[in-house]
Design a protein around this ligand. Sequence first.
Ligand SMILES: *Cc1c(COP(=O)(O)O)cnc(C)c1O
Length: 400
Amino acid sequence: MSKFDFAPMPDKEGFFGNYGGQIIPPELKKVMDDIDQAYETIRQTDEFQDELMSLFQDYVGRPSPIYHAKRLSEQLGGAQIFLKREDLNHTGAHKINHCLGEALLAKFMGKKKVLAETGAGQHGVALATACALVGIPCEIHMGQVDIEKEHPNVTKMKILGCKLVPVTRGTATLKDAVDSAFEAYLENPVEYLYAIGSVVGPHPFPKMVRDFQSIIGREARQQFNDKFAKNPDVITACVGGGSNAMGLFTAFLDDDDVKIVGVEPAGKGLDTPDHSATMTLGTPGELHGFKCYVLQDDDGEPLPVHSIASGLDYPGVGPQHCYLKDIERVEYESATDEECLNAFMTLSRVEGIIPALESAHAVAWAMRVAPTMGKDQRILINLSGRGDKDADYVAEKLGL
Ligand SMILES: *Cc1c(COP(=O)(O)O)cnc(C)c1O
């Protein structure tokens, strides 16, 4: 596998068309610019590239395989379904790819601590893992309500040695954890690194996280062409903040023969308030230091969002996705909670693969369109993570 190569976007101010940028106070802009400069310097060194690539291989277990889901394809009676198996990565999802990049960057920059918030605990566990490996202190803020709901991840973070800060203010969930972690970060932004968990936030995070995740698509493109001497006809991934999707899509953006589809959570339905379909129903706005499509009220306040997959319920979305939608390079579709549950059970029972509820959104969309396509056509789904974390919830929900 070739080392890093880099997409030309964003521009110097961090814009993808009208989206992205840095909507932050001047002190923080200086800190973000320093991170950008350090990243731009470091990423071109052999030392950084070799270290990251060897961790991808020997620690994460890359390259992750491409698996032909033959029984599922046969059952659907149309296009052939392939899975990019990010669920087989160490820690069970794609998030370890960018957490390793961020932890290494923190080490190279001589930062004293890495901070972040976590909702369901997935980002927290991946980051605590990367920080344990790199040997840098890690502090994770998590709402008390989430701490009580997500026991296995809380225990893992403690075992991995990170400092877990319970947040009891407000509703004691993700939004309050973001506020709390950000306040702790502002105590010393020069010596701390705030490790953002997706392709969101102020520049340079959407670019950096995309670059770290782009290994997914570079591997997949190579693997597909080695096998079939051809790209897949369609590639698809679920979109929360959009990191696993950008990870798969980036290598294929210039390939006119590939249709690209991002799948958002339609929750209880697009005609109800209980969804998180930012690209489908949002409008341009600002959130967490950058411009993007936002699900917002008339005053520009973010609306409450819902998805059965807690990793997808975010009222904003990565700025490059917004740009790719506007230029019509990527199509954004959605799948409901019910379709997601059906895809979760189908993949488990037909292929013996229990997917994360997040990833099951992309599977659900593929199951909808595959029957309308020819048997010689191929759909590649990014299976962003495994479903161990969701097993108890689904079993209870379905009365298993
Ligand atoms: C966090 C998570 C997601 C959503 O994040 P993106 O940045 O949109 O990729 C998707 N799948 C899994 C398994 C996750 O843990």
